[in-house]
Design a protein around this ligand. Structure first.
Ligand code: OSB
Ligand code: MG
Length: 358
């Protein structure tokens, strides 16, 4: 799906998004899910190709024709598949959609979320120059986004953040490095500390928690982990080690919505603020993110922007739009609460694979 504008991070530039859309048929109902892997392993080792392989050859045989009771039951069945969280999470989302449609309950109701609308922000990719970045941020602020995240990388960090802070002294601003620094090179980030940022997201290696602890000791600004938190256990490790003061929750990265809920509960019990991350989702994944972010522990605005920030044409009939208070409404319909635009889905489809019980 072509993005409305290229999205550049420290790991590369995306002009379109390749994704795996999962649909599961059961009891006359269809549940939809989105696997947030992308075409390249820049953010995560999984890709759409590895996800299709894992889903087809390992996940599907464990669930086709089976009576899956709930998300925990699904997790038990796929526990023998090591890693491949993005693949598993796409299926778990489709199961939640099915359970909700069967029981006439929205994901929000099933999760126990209370909020009708959730506070959101926008994630702004690396731009040509600090001047162009300030222009891009200005445009989003004028559209009503009250929280902005900018992507940083070595050489494009302090200058960019300072320029945005100067232009918007009161904006809720945060930065995301996507693992572009080491403990040594991150010393250049020290001038970020007085900029009153909400947080610094994932400065160090994706498989590292310990060095983040050392970095957090050196900064007043909260360190937030994204890539490093791949399970509820990792969330506990990070909190116990004081490696971060905030956690970004993405259901895909942690292996499914059930795992995201566990991390939410654990963080809430320890008073660690969380927020909902994004993966440039289609309307399917966006609906899921909104339901997740309706839980009370999501106290910081999520990377859940309006549909038109990502795609001119989406694959759900429902389009998400920004309210004047920088919120987006949580879907109310059964399951994910979205319906699929089959024509759009078909026109974007590169391949289609149907799997049936043996
Ligand atoms: O690190 O949060 C990230 C998009 C793709 C991969 C990783 C990240 C992102 C974003 C965009 O920051 C968030 C969004 O969906 O708006
Ligand atoms: Mg991130």
């Amino acid at each position: 799906m072509p993005l409305v504008a290229p999205f550049e991070t420290s790991f590369g530039r995306e002009v379109d998004r390749e994704c795996v859309i999962v649909s599961i048929q059961a009891e006359g109902l269809v549940g939809w899910g989105e696997c947030v892997a992308s075409g390249n392993p820049g953010y995560n080792y999984e890709t759409t190709g590895t996800a299709i392989h894992i889903l087809k050859d390992f996940v599907a045989p464990l669930i086709l024709g089976q009576d899956i009771k709930d998300a925990a039951d699904f997790q038990r069945r796929v526990a023998g598949i090591r890693g491949h969280h993005l693949a598993k999470a796409g299926v778990e989302m489709a199961l939640w959609d099915l359970f909700g449609k069967r029981d006439h309950k929205s994901l929000r109701e099933m999760f126990g979320g209370k909020k009708d609308k959730v506070e959101v922000g926008v994630s702004v990719g690396l731009q040509e120059s600090p001047e162009v970045l300030v222009r891009a941020v200005t445009d989003y602020v004028q559209q009503g986004y009250a929280r902005v995240k900018i992507k940083i990388k070595p050489g494009r960090d302090v200058g960019d953040a300072t320029a945005v802070r100067k232009a918007f002294p009161n904006l809720r601003l945060q930065v995301d490095a996507n693992s572009a620094y080491s403990l040594e090179t991150s010393q250049t980030l020290r001038p970020l500390d007085p900029l009153d940022l909400l947080l610094i997201e994932q400065p160090l290696f994706e498989d590292d928690i310990w060095d983040h602890r050392k970095l957090q000791e050196q900064f007043h600004t909260a360190i937030c982990l994204d890539e490093s938190i791949v399970s509820p256990r990792h969330a506990r490790y990070a909190i116990e080690m004081k490696a971060c003061r905030v956690i970004n929750i993405k259901a895909g990265r942690v292996g499914g919505l059930s795992q995201a809920l566990e991390i939410h509960d654990l963080c809430r019990a320890q008073n660690v603020p969380v927020w909902c991350g994004g993966m440039l989702e289609t309307g399917i994944g966006r609906a899921s993110n909104l339901a997740l972010a309706s839980l009370p522990g999501f106290v910081l605005p999520g990377d859940i922007s309006a549909s038109d920030r990502y795609y001119r044409r989406d694959i759900t009939h429902e389009k998400f739009s920004l309210n004047s208070d920088s919120t987006i409404d949580v879907p109310r319909g059964a399951g994910l609460g979205v319906t699929i635009d089959e024509n759009a889905l078909k026109s974007f489809s590169l391949a289609r694979l149907e799997l049936k019980p043996a």
